[in-house]
Design a protein around this ligand. Structure first.
Ligand code: GLY
Length: 275
């Protein structure tokens, strides 16, 4: 983690905590925390999102709250600074959970979501060259996410990403798929994933962690079991943020590092890249 990323992460955690401290909902805290990270351009989301092999940024995001299990998501959305806000608008302003592609972009523009300054530049690779360059397991570092617990006991989770390196145009990872990249349920907890999306989707990891919490496991015992299976079955890579309605949490990863932070209002936020 660079020092600018550490400063930004600390600031984002503080924004989220102060909102909760003033009585905001977990949903608002999650959205606003992720907006700080998307705006910064320092992570693989929003202004810093990776480009697909045709040179275009197509971003994914989702958000979910645990009281009524409301959720919203966007996939392959282009040209906006805050996909997480587009996801929240899908949840709150439509009867749907997921909007994709140019019509998700149209929806975001209709709601006047801020546009990115630099327009996407189209690459010149032929489709055959893109197929050759596509990697099985492109670097996924930099997806951003957050989980929060508010005073009413409601949890929320969100995530936002530009995907992985060297991906085909149109590729969608785990981040906008509810139950894979994100899940939140007041009966279990909130989970936000980062990692190699194809592996996370195949084990529906966020929901799998939540189901283990439902049957009495703690985050600290549930996550390593799910991650062991992820590695053994599909050679997966992932990191996660987990928070229960009782305030138990875990930040865990099966990769060499994962930049993350947390704060319960005492002292200052903890920000590290190894947990
Ligand atoms: N976890 C981000 C992605 O695979 O797209």
């Amino acid at each position: 983690m660079t020092s600018s990323q550490a400063v930004c992460l600390r600031g984002a955690v503080q924004v989220g905590y102060h909102l909760l401290d003033r009585g905001s909902s977990a949903l608002v805290a999650v959205e606003q925390t992720i907006r700080v990270l998307e705006r910064s351009g320092l992570f693989n989301a929003g202004n810093g999102a990776h480009r697909q092999l045709d040179g275009v940024r197509r971003m994914d995001a989702s958000i979910m709250e645990g009281e009524c299990l409301r959720a919203g998501a966007v996939a392959s959305i282009e040209g906006i600074v805050h996909p997480i806000t587009a996801a929240r608008l899908v949840m709150e302003e439509t009867a749907h959970v997921l909007l994709v592609g140019p019509l998700a972009t149209k929806f975001a523009k209709h709601h006047k979501i801020e546009l990115q300054k630099r327009q996407a530049t189209r690459g010149k690779l032929s489709y055959d060259s893109m197929l050759k360059q596509m990697t099985t397991k492109g670097d996924w570092h930099g997806t951003v996410g957050a989980v929060a617990l508010d005073r009413s006991g409601t949890v929320a989770a969100g995530a936002s990403t530009g995907g992985i390196d060297l991906m085909l145009p149109g590729r969608v990872g785990d981040t906008p798929i509810i139950g894979c990249g994100v899940y939140a349920d007041n009966e279990t907890g909130a989970v936000s994933m980062t990692g190699w999306g194809e592996s996370i989707i195949r084990l529906a990891v966020a929901k799998e962690i939540c189901e283990r919490l439902r049957y009495g496991e703690t985050p600290a015992s549930a996550v390593p079991k799910v991650f062991r299976r992820l590695v053994a079955k599909v050679q997966g890579s992932a990191g996660t943020l987990v928070l229960t309605p009782k305030g138990r949490f875990a930040i865990e990863h099966v990769t060499s590092y994962m930049a993350a932070g947390w704060w319960d209002g005492k002292g200052g936020p903890t920000v590290k890249d190894r947990f």
